[in-house]
Design a protein around this ligand. Structure first.
Ligand code: GSH
Length: 224
């Protein structure tokens, strides 16, 4: 049996979605973020030393973290050729590219945005507030916001070439890309001015497996 160690409102939602797409049986062990810090509970460290979600475990002793590695491994082991382009095709290279790009390139500026937004709005002594605001504002205007925009333009352009990230077929690359694109819509300025990305989001959200994964995973804040 496959077990997904699932943190609410997190990247593990896309692992549930992948398993629903492949119609594989799985169980969920749930973890709740600390309401104040938003961090995962210590119990997750007993599953994997980093204590982050997702982690996937199997009865035969596999303990796998890192969502890109999970998506790739699940498709390789259990996909029976589904959700991955034919080996050696140009699409296979694109598939690999997006699997890495999602966490390696797209997420870092979005995470920085989240951190600096929090710094701006967090409680602190009154005399520190203007300094913190000025530093956060400068980091966002000079680096973070333009970087996010460059990534969004790039993704928009790529989706102008084909319906799905790796080509004309829906693959694990679309599952892996869902989190950064959803995060960009929630807090990175993605809106109707990038119609290809918005249409792609509408397509993934309309999939029956995506909806089933939401039902099993529970509330998913990035969509609200
Ligand atoms: N690159 C990792 C990131 C894992 C990660 O940061 N997960 C977040 C959830 S979206 C987490 O567990 N946060 C809680 C914490 O850091 O305590 C992946 O894609 O799996």
């Amino acid at each position: 049996m496959i077990t997904v160690h699932h943190l609410n409102n997190s990247r593990s939602q896309r692992v549930l979605w992948l398993l629903e797409e492949l119609e594989l049986p799985y169980e969920i062990v749930r973890y709740e973020r600390d309401a104040k810090t938003m961090l995962a509970p210590p119990a997750l460290r007993r599953v994997h030393p980093l204590g982050k979600s997702p982690v996937l475990t199997t009865d035969d002793g596999l303990v796998l973290a890192e969502s890109g590695a999970i998506v790739e491994t699940v498709i390789e082991r259990f996909g029976q050729g589904r959700m991955t382009p034919p080996a050696g095709s140009p699409e296979a290279l694109r598939y690999r590219y997006w699997l890495h790009y999602a966490e390696g390139s797209a997420m870092p500026p979005l995470l920085l945005k989240l951190i600096f937004d929090k710094i701006e709005s967090s409680k602190m002594p009154f005399f520190a507030k203007p300094i913190a605001k000025a530093i956060a504002g400068k980091a966002k205007s000079s680096f973070i916001t333009p970087n996010i925009a460059t990534h969004l333009d790039f993704m928009e352009g790529e989706l102008g070439k084909s319906e799905w990230f790796a080509g004309d077929a829906f693959t694990g690359a679309d599952v892996q890309m869902s989190f950064p694109v959803e995060a960009a819509q929630a807090r990175g300025g993605l809106d109707a001015s990038r119609p290809k990305l918005m249409a792609w989001l509408a397509r993934i959200h309309a999939r029956a497996a995506y909806k089933r994964a939401l039902e099993r995973g529970g509330p998913y804040g990035l969509l609200s």
